[in-house]
Design a protein around this ligand. Structure first.
Ligand code: NAD
Ligand code: 6OD
Length: 487
């Protein structure tokens, strides 16, 4: 009999079992890969108290240089365990192994290195202040940790988005309690081993497993001794967390959903644009918050573009995540596939033309017990259709024609979300002008998901609150204390 792997909570430097367990499922074939032990309120409290205590221990005493050195050691430890992280992430998420090897594990290490260096380079503000009596004053600010930061992460890029928040939080001297998605608990737990290898003191990095409402997620966000909450996930979960933290007025940073637009002009580099937008629509089976679900194409090249994108979508290899030449793995869960299939049906009811896809592929092997879905392109929907307005979060896009720049910008901006956009044109002057008119946190011109970790990252409207990245992360994860000295 095969013994299932057990994924445990990590509290005060120890792996700890909870009272209930739930299954960690491989989305490629529906098999159970591990039992995950859920943290109840008491264990969440233990984790928060361990994190509080660690603020007053060695972690609270070491200086910025030593903190940064240890974060580089965390990056070294991730790189040393590259294959374990890779296998765990692929099994949990179903993302293709080539993608995870190129993006997820290297980015986890990069997140620690970038914020280790950023905190060493971060200056403080100071002002010489003139006063009526001529004596003047000196104002300067010091950066202090917020305290215990609660970190809640989603399933779509578990390791990237976890380390994107843990690294800057630790670089600023905080301690953390992380609640990963119930769908993808493995790499958050593996990171605990990397923390141990790197000499991060007990209690600095804690992990509690479980669900959202009525479980570890809610318990963490409501905990009175958590000083700030940083969350990535759905917009409506962000709203629930906002309510939970309101009574204790905690700072929040929210990276939420999107319904991102791409605008394609007739003068674009056609091949590069089709390649770029095939990635933007289908990468990670469309489960990237930055994916383009709305593509607006100048009418003169509309049909040629739709034909080319169709060819590209149909050339993608939907397969086992562990095979090197797989382009698309499954969706994360049966429940998520039901949701995406619901939108595929709705698109037809709303009058869409199905250019390609629209259903579930058949394999005649164990993948039929997995949660695969076809990459799908629609045209012909009204701009008011729910499929054009609501985030679907699958490998799907709607392509619509436009006749003028103003019309393209108006359609792109007609959304309650505002995370990301892309503009494709050989005319860079037009690229700048259009990009500046888009109501989003990030616009890419002639590229997509090209990241520089020093830049502000976040969204407007339903897409989030605040910006992370570079100095923006350091400012969120620290409390600035301004000191005014009378001279
Ligand atoms: P989700 O909101 O369902 O869950 C995210 C996390 O929140 C999970 O750990 C979950 O257990 C927890 N949670 C759920 N309800 C909670 C509650 N009431 N209190 C506390 N915790 C709770 O999101 P998901 O389905 O895991 O992720 C997909 C969503 O995330 C998409 O909408 C996507 O656009 C968004 N996302 C946004 C970004 C960004 O940077 N803006 C990045 C990745 C994903
Ligand atoms: O690249 C990042 O830093 C980031 N936060 C990406 C988010 C992707 C959403 O799925």
């Amino acid at each position: 009999m095969r013994t299932l792997k057990s994924i445990q909570n990590y509290i005060n430097g120890q792996f700890v079992r909870g009272r209930r367990e739930f299954a960690d499922v491989n989305p490629a074939d529906g098999s159970v890969i591990a039992e995950v032990t859920e943290a109840d309120d008491a264990l969440v409290d233990d984790a928060v108290q361990a994190a509080r205590k660690a603020l007053r221990g060695e972690w609270g005493r070491i200086g910025v240089r030593e903190r940064a050195a240890r974060l580089h050691k965390v990056a070294d430890a991730i790189e040393a365990r590259f294959d374990s992280f890779l296998q765990a992430e692929v099994a949990d998420t179903g993302r293709p192994v080539a993608l995870a090897a190129k993006i997820d594990v290297p980015r986890a290490a990069a997140n620690f290195r970038v914020f280790a260096d950023a905190i060493k380079m971060a200056g403080i503000e100071s002002f010489q202040t003139e006063t009526p009596d001529g004596r003047g004053a000196l104002n300067y600010a010091v950066r202090k940790p917020l305290g215990v930061v609660g970190i809640i992460t989603p399933w779509n890029l578990p390791l990237v988005l976890l380390t994107w928040k843990v690294a800057p939080a630790l670089s600023c001297g905080n301690t953390v309690v992380v609640k990963p998605s119930e769908e993808t608990p493995a790499t958050t737990t593996l990171l605990a081993e990397a923390m141990q290898d790197a000499g991060i003191p007990s209690g600095v990095y804690n992990v509690v497993h479980g669900f959202g409402p009525g479980s570890a997620g809610e318990s963490l966000t409501q905990h009175p001794d958590v000083n700030a909450v940083t969350f990535t996930g759905e917009s409506r979960t962000g709203a629930a967390i906002m309510k939970a933290v309101a009574p204790s007025v905690k700072p929040v940073s929210f990276e939420l959903g999107g319904k991102n637009a791409a605008i394609v002009f007739a003068d674009c580099d056609f091949e590069e644009t089709v390649r770029g937008l095939a990635d933007a629509a289908f990468l990670n089976t469309g489960q990237v918050c930055l994916c383009a679900e709305r593509i607006y194409v100048e009418r003169t090249i509309f049909e040629r573009f739709v034909d080319a994108l169709k060819l590209k979508a149909e050339s993608l290899r939907v397969g086992w995540p562990t095979e090197q030449d797989t382009n698309l793995g499954p969706l994360i869960s049966a429940q998520h596939r039901d949701k995406v299939m619901g939108y595929y049906r709705l698109a037809r009811e709303e009058g869409a033309t199905v250019v390609t896809g629209g259903s579930v592929p058949e394999f005649d092997d164990a993948r039929d017990q997995g949660f695969y879905i076809q990459p799908t392109i629609y045209t012909g929907l009204a701009e008011s259709a729910r499929c054009v307005k609501e985030e679907i979060f699958g490998p799907v896009c709607h392509v619509a024609p436009f006749d003028s720049e103003d019309e393209a910008v108006a359609m792109a901006n007609d959304t309650k979300y505002g995370l990301a956009a892309s503009v494709w044109t050989a005319n860079l002057k037009r690229g700048h002008i259009i990009a500046q008119q888009l109501n989003v946190g990030i616009t890419w011109v002639n590229c997509w998901f090209l990241r520089d970790l020093r830049t502000p990252f976040g969204g407007v409207g339903l897409s989030g609150i605040g910006r992370e990245g570079g100095i923006h992360s350091l400012n969120f994860y620290s409390e600035l204390n301004n000191i005014c000295i009378r001279l």
